[in-house]
Design a protein around this ligand. Structure first.
Ligand SMILES: *Cc1c(COP(=O)(O)O)cnc(C)c1O
Length: 253
């Protein structure tokens, strides 16, 4: 066992704490915002299957992964299949064309949060029609690069509405559920509201106005361990929290 694993993590405690903090943040949220109850996605990347099962048994249903191979492996894991029958996987990483089928073939896939081009949307639309075994559409979110950092995926905010329109008009096997952003890490909130979150809120308003959609049906996926409460106060309806539940991940090399 690595030293990370020796460190006992109390998943139940982590989940409870995060859920209580979510509730507190909802109470502080501006009443002008759509009153959508935030969904907690437990981001389990790099974390082993037994921890996922522990979280599931504590009541958690939505889990996030951002590497296709890891998602596929965990989703097909016999223990997960047996013990976590209602698990809902969120794919939150960058999806390459050659990994689409592997991603879509993952049992329990609930949503793909990272659609950032017409080409990817078209490919998903085509492949989902071949792979799915129900009439259900594939839930997707459009990922927006709100911070303008080149290393981050996502479509430019100015193009978000066009991409959403493309999905709604041309991709009939996809179900548009909302907008997602990662944003800059470690933003100092003493400087004011995180501009990335404000930018995503603004994108949703534009999508709503230009495409004549109901704002209450458009989710905002934003906020992670360090800033999910702040994100909820600004309107997040999906927060993606990893280390706060499962413990710190080893640093990237
Ligand atoms: C890893 C990851 C998260 C969770 O990060 P934490 O800081 O551990 O909460 C959220 N969203 C994405 C896209 C991620 O890759």
């Amino acid at each position: 066992m690595s030293s990370e694993n020796n460190h006992e993590v109390d998943i139940m405690y982590g989940l409870k704490t995060v859920l209580a903090q979510i509730e507190g943040a909802v109470a502080r949220r501006s009443k002008d915002l759509p009153q959508i109850l935030p969904k907690l996605v437990a981001v389990s990347k790099i974390k082993p299957v037994p921890l996922i099962i522990q979280a599931y048994e504590a009541g958690q249903r939505h889990f996030g992964e951002n590497y296709v191979n890891e998602l596929a492996e965990k989703a097909h894991n016999p223990d997960i299949l047996e013990k976590c029958k209602e698990i809902k996987w969120h794919f939150i990483g960058h999806l390459q064309t050659n990994k689409i089928n592997k991603c879509l073939g993952s049992p329990g896939l609930y949503i793909l949060e990272t659609v950032d081009s017409e080409k990817l949307a078209d490919n998903l639309n085509k492949q989902w029609a071949k792979i799915r075994n129900t009439d259900d559409k594939l839930n997707i979110m459009v990922q927006v690069n709100t911070s303008g950092e080149e290393a981050k995926s996502g479509i430019d905010p100015s193009q978000a509405t066009n991409l959403v329109e493309h999905v709604i008009k041309n991709c009939h096997n996809l179900n548009f559920q909302g907008l997602m952003t990662i944003g800059q890490y470690d933003y100092d909130t003493s400087l004011g509201p995180n501009p990335d979150f404000l930018s995503l809120v603004k994108c949703r308003q534009e999508v709503t106005d230009k495409l004549n959609l109901d704002i209450n049906n458009i989710e905002l996926s934003m906020g992670m361990s360090t800033d999910f409460e702040h994100a909820i106060e600004l309107g997040a309806t999906t927060v993606r929290v990893g280390s706060k539940i499962f413990g710190a991940r080893p640093p990237k090399n």
